[in-house]
Design a protein around this ligand. Structure first.
Ligand code: GLN
Length: 502
């Protein structure tokens, strides 16, 4: 395997700037890697080799001509398939959009193009981003590069697996309940959910609009911050977009220290239901932080016990409204009834019956029920009240400590198929990530080590709203301490894909 693909995005950018390597070489090295391993991993739904190489050559020419290009120009990236890409099929993992070619770019995609990052392809995901294993993709699951018989997390398993298997140094994901962080955790990579509103949702296929948030997937905290700076920041096309500047995130990732940091460990995120190996890895990381000068306090957030239940009312409610647009009339799949009159209602029923998978149907039914007259107060309203209390618990926690730490997911990667027929077991994967979405606060997952089963464990850092720089500071510092203690990056210890892919 080419050494180029093992470089971080920051290292690739430096090699481009010094003229050691061309973007065309970098892109080709990643495309070759994909040819070699993606038959086994299935991180991509669509590889756009020609377009990526064309962008790369254009950047190479501009650099050669002495143009002032963006620092990350020429560094390739993968994009989750729920970001609309002009002229390139965007499926969101669904038969409903199997052949849909968007007429425009999502704002974050437009920013990637403006900065000159070649887009390698679109990555696999659970249908409409509903799931924790990528098994709900209509196009077959992605496999975890650490063990191909295991899940890569979800819904952004394709993006995380692409990064973990060195098919891309960077990827874009979306996190509604944990879909960037949990795949990061189970693949030994870094995943970040920015403060809600920190990255534009314009052109991201809507699922649960008050929770959806795009964010970076990468192999290092610095790389995540660099990508965040490229695509984050205000967008007038997204009414919930924040005006906060994104400059300084990469500096924060480089310069943080744990000395004097006040860490809160959340009582409710880590006890029963968390594997022993996950807890041991988390505890070891906390000890390391303490040795580096942080103080650690236990913080109780009692409402977090109800966060998952509240999410699974609010999320389906919003998703059922957002997915009403797939009606066989406007765009996407259209299926006409096989017999009887072709009425609007019957076309909708035939289209939605054929185009949606089981998990999507389950949530549309659940959400429609939760919003219906007579049940609205009992379910939807009660869930919104829980959401308010979750926000208050965060506020009182952040009055005592700077950041909160927890394991990202209760278990390591489980075998493909293990939870597919048990929706509740699947939902429980996000028990630790969901509170941050309900409150809109930023959170990151980074590898904390290996569990006793030899699989990676994720550590979650949660910061106050709009304190993304603090999250990167702490993340960068913790990452340095952890890598020092292991004597090298965790992914160096992943089994060689060439061997497991045989
Ligand atoms: N796994 C969660 C769900 O199924 C989160 C999904 C996401 O963040 N997109 O809803």
């Amino acid at each position: 395997m080419s050494d180029l693909i093992r470089l971080s995005a920051a290292e690739q950018a430096a090699a481009l700037a010094s003229g050691e390597v061309s973007s065309a070489d970098l892109v080709q090295a990643h495309l070759d890697r994909t040819t070699a391993v993606d038959g086994a991993v299935h991180a991509y739904l669509d590889v756009s080799a020609e377009k990526a190489l064309a962008t790369a050559r254009e950047i190479d020419e501009r650099r050669a001509a002495g143009d002032d290009v963006h620092a990350l120009a020429g560094v390739p990236i993968a994009v989750k398939d729920n970001f609309v890409t002009h002229g390139q099929v965007t499926t969101a993992g669904s038969r409903m959009l199997e052949r849909w070619v968007p007429p425009y770019d999502a704002t974050v995609v437009e920013r990637l193009r403006a900065a000159g990052l070649p887009i390698l392809g679109k990555t696999n995901m659970d249908e409409f981003a509903m799931g924790s294993s990528t098994e709900h993709s209509a196009f077959g699951p992605t496999h975890n590069p650490w063990d191909l018989d295991r899940i890569p997390g979800g819904s952004g398993g394709g993006s995380a697996a692409a990064v973990a298997s060195f098919q891309a140094p960077l990827a874009l994901g979306s996190d509604t309940g944990g879909s960037i962080r949990q795949p990061g955790a189970v693949t030994g990579t870094v995943g970040v959910k920015p403060t809600y509103g920190g990255m534009s949702r314009y052109g991201v296929i809507a699922m649960a609009s008050s929770l959806d948030q795009p964010g970076p997937a990468a192999r290092t905290v610095l790389d995540a911050a660099l990508l965040h700076e490229v695509v984050g920041g205000h967008d007038p096309l997204d009414s919930t977009s924040l005006t906060d500047p994104v400059a300084g995130l990469a500096d924060a990732a480089r310069s943080g220290s744990l000395d004097g940091l006040r860490i809160g460990v959340v009582t409710q995120l880590g006890g029963e239901g968390y594997e022993t190996g996950v807890r041991a890895s988390f505890d070891a990381a906390i000890e390391l932080a303490t040795a580096a000068g942080a103080t650690v306090t236990e913080v109780s957030c009692p409402s977090f016990d109800y966060a998952l239940a509240a999410y699974y009312l609010i999320h389906p409610a919003e998703a059922s409204s957002n997915l009403a647009r797939y009606d066989g009339m406007r765009y996407g799949l259209r299926v006409e009834p096989t017999e009887g009159p072709v009425t609007a209602e019957r076309v909708m029923a035939a289209t939605r019956g054929a185009g949606f998978g089981d998990e999507v149907k389950r949530r549309v039914i659940l959400g429609t029920h939760a919003l219906s007259a007579g049940f609205h107060d009992a379910y939807y309203r009660a869930a919104q009240q829980v959401r308010t209390v979750v926000q208050r618990d965060f506020a009182s926690a952040f009055a005592q400590v700077d950041v909160l730490l927890s394991p990202t997911a209760p278990t390591t990667a489980f075998p493909l198929g293990a939870k597919l027929d048990d929706p509740l077991a699947m939902y429980l994967n996000d028990v630790a990530t969901i509170p941050a979405n309900l409150a809109g606060v930023p959170a990151m997952s980074l590898p904390s080590g290996l569990s006793d089963d030899g699989l990676p464990v994720g550590l979650q850092i949660i910061a106050p709203a709009r304190a993304d720089h603090l999250m990167y500071k702490v993340g960068g510092a913790l990452e340095r301490a952890l890598i020092d203690s292991w004597g090298g990056p965790l992914l160096d210890r992943a089994p060689k894909l060439e061997e497991i892919a045989r």
